[in-house]
Design a binder for this molecule. Sequence first.
Ligand code: EPU
Length: 455
Amino acid sequence: MMSLVTDAQKAGRRVGLTSDEIVITGGNPLIGRIGVRGAKNLATKAMVAALLGETPSVLRDVPEISDVDVVRGLLEVYGVVVTSTAPGELQFDTSNVEKAHFAEIDAHAGSSRIPILFCGPLLHRLGEARIPDLGGCRIGDRPIDFHLDALRAFGAVVDKGYEGIYITAPDGLKGANIELPYPSVGATEQVLLTAVRAKGTTELKNAAIEPEIMDLIAILQKMGAIISVEPNRVILIEGVDRLEGYKHRALFDRNEVASWAAAALATRGDIFVEGALQSELMTFLNVFRKVGGAFDVEDDGIRFYHPGGELKPVTVETDVHPGFMTDWQQPLIVALTQANGISIVHETVYENRLGFTKSLNDMGANIVVHPQGLPDVPRRVARRDFEQAAVITGPTKLHGADVLVPDLRGGFSYLIAALVAEGTSTISNVGIISRGYEHFIEKLAALGADFEYEG
Ligand code: EPU
């Protein structure tokens, strides 16, 4: 593993770090150029889609993140031969797909939620799917009821046992009319991955339409699927008998881009993110501009920078696409601690995704979370009673502290907070950040961050 020696290390400020800690000395703007590759939330699903192909698939721009390793391990458990054919390129040979036991699946599933998406492809290939208890970031209940209801609508039989869930399709899978209670990203992917080879036509209403889903549809179309995206969140899928492998370059990781953009803003820095595309970031860019950030869109990426002067407060509500993504709010909140006035961030997608703000308060931020949300905020998707709102009063001077990474996006926001803070912060549990941020340690180094890390 890598070992980076920084100015702080040379100055002998800290010894004896564990491999899961980073010590950051704040106060320097992040300045420089970094690149992003394929999106975590697409690449992992594209890897699952490869299971549906009778011939090998090739995915390019695959990020080196641990969630990709988890899915690779799972595919290998099912007999898929995964080969690194070039830097950032994986090939999946599915000629010998075979059944696996709960224990093997569980051992490879790690803390990921991806196993649930294997159901459709496994039912088509093997006639059964076994799903162990699922992990993923602890940002709410994260149930899988939409997934299981959709699978049942296709004719699957779901049995729950002590090891996990055992799913079969004694009469095969048939196209279905499904309306999701909420435009869930995962449940939409579940329906797509199952319907493409089910007998007959599937109509999915209230589907999620995130860019990562559109990219998955593009992959499935390359494989031979017939899918049309209709107005008003309706997706029609005509089942086919056979799918081939695909060759595809994964959509860039817009959540990673938004995170580095927020880091540029919060640290009064200037970061060029190679590979970022404006079209998938329009909603983020509007908010970034309203807060006082500046950006230049170039052909090969986007430059995000603090143009000087004060940052301004905003009111933002997270939502499904094309709304402001829930994954963007954590890094943004750190930037808002530096804005002059009161900002409100209303989380409507997850029930429990503002807990990370507690440690920001320990670092000097002034953030109050209202557990029931704000009463009069109009919502496009009124849904549950759990919504929460964070009220951020700024600007506040942040100071170094010892903090523990709670989840992926919250973890990245602590990196930003530590970079803004006066003094030194120790951030533990940073391994979680590698689930979704490729080479973030090297990128921090390239942007001039002052830190110690022993990988
Ligand atoms: N939900 C249910 N029942 C279900 C499925 C979802 O109630 O069966 C609820 C969830 O509890 C949540 C809401 O619906 O409150 C939305 O969940 P969704 O299914 O859309 O999320 P997901 O597919 O589990 C993906 C991303 C998340 C991202 C969300 C929203 C992956 C692997 N994960 O999760 O990414 O926040 O969509 O866009 O694609 C991250 O990258 O940090 C991350 C958490």
